[in-house]
Design a protein around this ligand. Structure first.
Ligand code: TV1
Ligand code: CA
Ligand code: ZN
Length: 393
């Protein structure tokens, strides 16, 4: 009955070399670590492996403002300029003045101190993240894959003309715009612990994209949007679904809510394709998020969407305890090709030293208090169902 799904996987060895800065929590190395586990566990053989290319300016400008993209693409960090000067380079550096113009930086959300630093190669990094998500969409469009994975994508906060929340180019919006060229309806699902605000905003007024985000909400948790009653406007009314949650969500409560909501979403929206942002900062022991999901629980949510026999683009996202991110995404890549990975981390993994404290693929999690009561969760589900009743796609 169930036929084997063709699973495509996008990777570029360069992506792990970009660096947001020493103290920053976003570490692109987790993408390389994920890849090493995928190779080490032998999942590689069951995937159609593609090398990720850099998205072009034109592709990125399908969503982003030209002036913002131009600013990003010309960005040269002041450390890099200092380095060039010290090494005897006297040639003018393109737009050296504007690049370090405090006003421009503020306008475009580039902030050396905090969330979105201007770092060397920030544009190429974003092009690689986006190139994978675009080509993933194209494989689905050409019916050359049933599932297409880009762990380097999923940067859901980037705005049309501004970097935001560790994200510079919104690869997800560009991916969905590609899919909309062919498919009438696209479903976006976001299990990152943060609200998928950039994607929601981009499609807030259309009924061709339904966005569904599960996220931690309240007590100033970033970004602060995604309340229960933010549900779309105009033609998009009821097509933005938000599931705001308190800290401590565990496997049982999360899985149940996820399955109930998504089952209803599939029934009323009947998408042609699903784009799944698989942010791993919803796992237990993340450095930013406060949910308490196991890798198996997280993976069960992703796998739940396969039963509907709709093609899926699988993207990465957040995740700040990097060993758990690579464990999770390697495990999920395994699940997608029907392999149930477990056991120790392969000893010849180039990142083995980073797992030495706990060398198993699955790590135990402590019980923490779930601040979401059964009553709260029932109420949220009820509200979401009420909204979904109004959808007639
Ligand atoms: C540099 C160094 C940056 C240490 C950022 C946590 C840091 C954070 C850092 C941090 C941090 C945020 C805010 C900023 C309100 C803003 C990829 C004034 C210890 C998809 C983005 C979270 C999540 C942004 C991205 C958030 C994603 N949390 N240490 N920054 N402030 N920003 O709260 O959804 O996962 O935390
Ligand atoms: Ca989310
Ligand atoms: Zn996040």
């Amino acid at each position: 009955m169930e036929t084997k799904k063709r699973v495509a996987y996008f990777y570029n060895n360069e992506i792990g070399n970009y660096n947001y800065g020493k103290l920053h929590l976003m570490n692109p190395k987790r993408i390389s670590m994920t890849h090493s586990l995928i190779v080490g566990y032998g999942v590689y053989k069951d995937l159609d492996v593609y090398t990720t290319r850099e998205a072009t300016k034109e592709e990125i400008m399908q969503f982003h403002d030209q002036d913002y993209v131009e600013y990003l693409s010309n960005y040269v960090s002041s450390t890099k300029i200092d380095f060039l000067r010290k090494n005897g380079c006297n040639a003018p550096i393109i737009d050296e003045e504007t690049k370090n113009d405090v006003e421009k930086k503020r306008q475009y959300g580039i902030d050396v101190q905090a969330d979105c630093p201007g770092f060397d190669g920030v544009y190429t990094f974003s092009q690689l993240s986006t190139g994978g998500s675009i080509d993933a969409a194209h494989l689905i469009i050409n019916n050359a894959a049933d599932i297409a994975i880009n762990w380097g994508g999923g940067l859901h906060h980037a705005k049309k003309g501004e970097a935001y929340g560790f994200c510079y180019v919104n690869d997800i919006v560009v991916c969905i715009l590609e899919l909309l060229k062919v498919f009438p309806r696209v479903l976006y699902i976001d299990i990152d612990v943060h609200h998928g605000d950039g994607v929601e905003e981009a499609f807030f007024t259309t009924n061709r994209v339904m966005t569904v985000s599960f996220h931690e909400f309240g007590e100033d948790f970033f970004p602060g949007t995604g309340g229960l009653n933010s549900s779309g406007e105009g033609l998009g009314k009821n097509y933005a679904v938000n599931v705001p949650l308190r800290p401590g969500m565990d496997d049982e409560s999360y899985k149940q809510l996820f399955k109930n909501v998504m089952n209803k979403v599939m029934e009323v929206f009947r998408p042609d394709v699903v784009v799944f942002q698989t942010g791993a900062d919803s796992l237990a022991n993340d450095k930013i998020g406060h949910f308490n999901l196991s890798i198996r629980g997280h993976g069960e949510c992703l796998m739940y969407m396969l039963r509907f026999n709709v093609p899926v683009v699988v993207l990465g996202g957040g995740g700040y305890t990097i060993q758990n991110v690579s464990r999770c995404w390697a495990y999920e890549t395994g699940l997608l090709v029907k392999k149930n990975l477990n056991g120790p981390i392969p000893v010849d993994d180039p990142f083995f030293h980073l797992y030495e404290k706990q060398n198993m693929l699955h790590v135990p999690i402590q019980q923490v208090e779930n601040k979401n009561s059964k009553e709260d969760l029932n109420k949220i589900q009820e509200e979401v169902f009420k909204q979904l009743k109004e959808v007639d796609a």
